[in-house]
Design a protein around this ligand. Structure first.
Ligand SMILES: [Zn+2]
Length: 295
């Protein structure tokens, strides 16, 4: 499979020169399987730009198909959806998988996003190419486009909407995407380690630095409200999961909007030192918008 990043921010978009190297759009990753099928991880603002890129091909003629897997229904994971132009062109088939919460299924939650108070779309029905909108069945493996896709719910039982980690396996190669997760005492849990086991590419959120976490809410640079700081992980925790799961490559994503290119580069260097200190072989880098790699 091939992976391309269209959005690598969490919480809010981060336009401006200080973030230009890493990129400023919220979460969205394009995955192309060997059979050419299009899978999309998250529908943040990056989805708009992915949609634009698709219009030159089959999607512009109403002959495209894609499946979007949502990690969460918070804004930074769905904000691109009302702007995903291929979903408005009849003939395309766009499926969405994710997780409802608080007694509402995924379709009801996304329908709410389109309501007239928030969006001129008014209803999902006005996006004629959106087909299946499905809540994930835990423990079930979905076969699509020649790959198998598995869901693992993290942050179960904690405040806020649950988050879904996704694992895509294709012919012995694997991509694992984990975001919006808070580990108890900062240590990845056994279930998530097993889920990420031997991943060729682990894409993991790094909203906080370890220092920020240690200093607590009062000490961090964050301008976001306390509620927006819950259920997130650090650079160190992402590396720890990669090491414990024996993953081969870690790409850090879902960066805080205050985190400029220089501080991300420093954090990545610190993680490379951590891996060396543990005599590990995990390769660590940041995901960047426009960055494309084979898995
Ligand atoms: Zn998020």
């Amino acid at each position: 499979m091939r992976v391309k990043f269209w959005g690598v921010r969490g919480g809010l978009a981060a336009p401006g020169a200080a973030c230009a190297d890493t990129g400023g759009n919220t979460s969205c990753i394009e995955v192309r399987t060997a059979t050419g099928a299009l899978l999309v991880l998250d529908a943040g603002i990056g989805l708009y730009w992915l949609g634009r890129s698709l219009l030159a091909g089959a999607y512009g003629r109403g002959q495209g198909e894609a499946t979007i897997f949502l990690a969460r229904t918070h804004w930074d994971h769905i904000q691109g959806l009302p702007f995903f132009v291929p979903a408005f062109l009849p003939g395309n088939k766009i499926h969405i998988h994710g997780c409802g919460h608080a007694g509402k299924d995924l379709r009801t939650i996304l329908e709410g996003q389109m309501a007239e108070s928030y969006s001129p779309i008014v209803s999902l029905k006005n996006m004629p190419s959106i087909g299946n909108v499905k809540d994930v069945a835990l423990g079930q493996t979905l076969e699509t486009g020649g790959v198998s896709v598995r869901a693992h719910v993290v942050n179960r039982g904690k405040a806020d909407a649950p988050s879904v980690a996704w694992r895509i396996d294709e012919d012995g190669r694997s991509l694992v995407y984990v975001t919006d997760v808070e580990y108890d005492k900062g240590v990845p849990d056994a279930e998530t380690i097993a889920f990420a086991r031997e991943a060729d590419l682990l894409v993991h959120e790094t909203f906080f630095t370890d220092d920020e976490r240690r200093k607590g809410e009062g000490g961090i640079i964050l301008s976001l409200p306390p509620q927006a700081r819950r259920n997130h992980a650090t650079f160190g925790e992402a590396t720890e999961l990669g090491l414990r799961a024996n993953a081969r490559k870690l790409l850090c994503t879902h960066h805080h909007p205050d985190r400029d290119d220089q501080t991300i580069a420093r954090a990545i260097e610190a993680e490379r030192d951590r891996v060396k200190g543990r005599k590990g072989t995990l390769s660590v880098d940041t995901a960047r918008e426009g960055f494309e790699l084979p898995v």
